[in-house]
Design a protein around this ligand. Structure first.
Ligand SMILES: *[C@@H]1O[C@H](CO)[C@@H](O)[C@H](O)[C@H]1NC(C)=O
Ligand SMILES: *[C@@H]1O[C@H](CO)[C@@H](O)[C@H](O)[C@H]1NC(C)=O
Ligand SMILES: *[C@@H]1O[C@H](CO)[C@@H](O)[C@H](O)[C@H]1NC(C)=O
Ligand SMILES: *[C@@H]1O[C@H](CO)[C@@H](O)[C@H](O)[C@H]1NC(C)=O
Ligand SMILES: *[C@@H]1O[C@H](CO)[C@@H](O)[C@H](O)[C@H]1NC(C)=O
Length: 389
């Protein structure tokens, strides 16, 4: 385990969160429309990823304040205290949990007992696929290691057959890659096309290894949020001093390259791994559309964040005394310079869950959930899992 903070005040706050988060929360997108809810089949969800999905795991890591969001005004729209989510309220995996009648996520690293038959959330702000992108965060192999511990624990607690069924029915929801490319651009500011391609191959290659290991542990249903429009975040626009709607093109290119390869690789995996099913949620294009046409989605501000300092409030939300904070985060696509508001997350998760737009393929997460998984009869040999890209 990672070093855990043991402050009793913090523990008390978490108990309060548990109580609070078990209350029903009414929202336009997640409640009041029965057809959108899952039926009562119970499935677990295992969440992997970076700050977009982190429910507060980094609170338990020894990382600097840049890697955390457990201070105000984070969480102000929903939580009684900041949980560590980089948002004013719920994230996309929180809404996905609501669709599946699961409670809001607790960090996997939070001390205390967890009911892993409902899944777990291993996401860590600043975590990349590659260790070299984020050595002090829960990079993908660390999250995988924790998942394996959970899977083994379930086998011990519930027996092999029951654990296998839970793992095969579970949805593996992930958001990875953004950190690897932000780190890459900070080390090589103007990479050639070849350098970009090599880096994307390395990231996707390592990510594919993680997917295959989850598959070998019995996972069958995967939901991938692809890499977002990294060059259009307000943090990057402010850092590069771009005006209007212009984005940092090199980041847009490398994110697009990643997303294209992710699509190709998942298609290939489905043809090679028996019973492998997936959905790709096109976070890149859906968020880009929201930024370009905010009013279409009920926002009026997309070029400045709700919280932070500087021309676009791109940095330092809550971290320095003089930060600015908007009064209505729901009107903003971005809560801070790099992360969407809860309102944006509710719309994005609706695309992920219901599909029915160009942003989710080949099926929706709801359809993925409804698929009856086939429990593997024999573990495929490693040779069979290998393929070239
Ligand atoms: C864990 O959750 C599952 C599914 O909701 C439930 O059946 C089980 O009783 C729970 N276990 C504990 C120890 O609460
Ligand atoms: C995974 O990343 C490492 C560098 O961290 C690289 O050497 C290796 O080739 C990558 N693996 C794949 C399958 O691409
Ligand atoms: C993905 O496949 C398409 C169609 O075969 C191809 O045009 C594209 O270049 C591939 N993407 C990458 C990043 O290799
Ligand atoms: C957003 O639009 C509403 C309604 O037109 C308006 O009342 C509000 O002041 C606007 N907010 C911002 C930040 O421009
Ligand atoms: C899955 O199985 C259930 C119960 O066995 C059945 O009612 C349902 O139609 C099946 N769903 C699909 C998509 O095949």
């Amino acid at each position: 385990m990672e070093p855990a903070a043991t402050s009793s005040i913090r523990s008390l706050l978490y108990i309060m969160l548990l109580l609070y988060s078990s209350l029903p929360i009414a929202t336009a997108t997640s409640q009041g429309d029965e057809s959108r809810q899952a039926n009562n089949k119970h499935v677990a969800v295992f969440v992997f990823g970076d700050s977009l999905f982190d429910p507060g795991n980094n609170n338990y890591l020894y990382v600097s304040i840049e890697g955390k969001a457990n201070f105000t005004p984070y969480g102000e729209s929903l939580f009684e205290y900041p949980t560590g989510r980089f948002c004013d309220g719920r994230t996309v995996p929180d809404f996905a949990a609501t669709y599946l009648n699961l409670p809001l996520w607790e960090p996997y690293l939070q001390p205390g007992s967890h009911n892993f038959s409902k899944g777990a959330n291993f996401a860590s702000a600043g975590a990349g696929v590659l260790e070299e992108s984020s050595p002090d965060r829960l990079y993908s192999q660390k999250q995988l290691k924790y998942f394996k511990e959970v899977a083994n624990l379930l086998k011990q607690q519930l027996g092999d057959a029951e654990a296998k069924k839970i793992l095969a029915d579970a949805i593996y929801l992930s958001s990875f890659g953004g950190v690897d490319y932000m780190t890459f651009i900070r080390s090589i500011s103007n990479p050639t096309e070849l350098q970009q391609r090599e880096h994307v191959n390395k990231v996707i290659g390592n990510f594919t290894d993680v997917i295959k290991e989850i598959y070998e542990m019995g996972g069958r249903k995967f939901a991938f949020q692809n890499v977002g429009p990294l060059g259009c975040t307000l943090r990057m626009k402010q850092e590069y001093d771009l005006s209007g709607g212009a984005c940092v093109e090199v980041l847009q290119e490398i994110a697009s390259l990643h997303n294209s390869l992710l699509s190709n690789v998942t298609t290939k995996l489905q043809s090679q791994l028996s019973g492998f099913d997936y959905v790709i949620f096109d976070f890149f294009n859906s968020l880009k559309d929201m930024i370009n046409y905010p009013t279409k989605y009920g926002f009026n501000v997309s070029e400045i964040a709700c919280c932070g300092i500087g021309s676009r409030r791109g940095f330092e939300c809550g971290r320095v005394k003089q930060y600015e904070l908007c009064s209505g985060p729901n009107e903003y696509v971005f809560f801070d310079g790099g992360h969407q508001s809860e309102h944006a997350n509710s719309i994005l998760s609706n695309f992920l869950w219901n599909g029915g737009s160009d942003f989710t393929w080949p099926i929706s997460m709801k359809q993925l959930y409804e698929l009856n998984s086939t429990i593997p009869i024999e573990i495929l040999s490693k040779d069979k899992l290998l393929f070239s890209m």
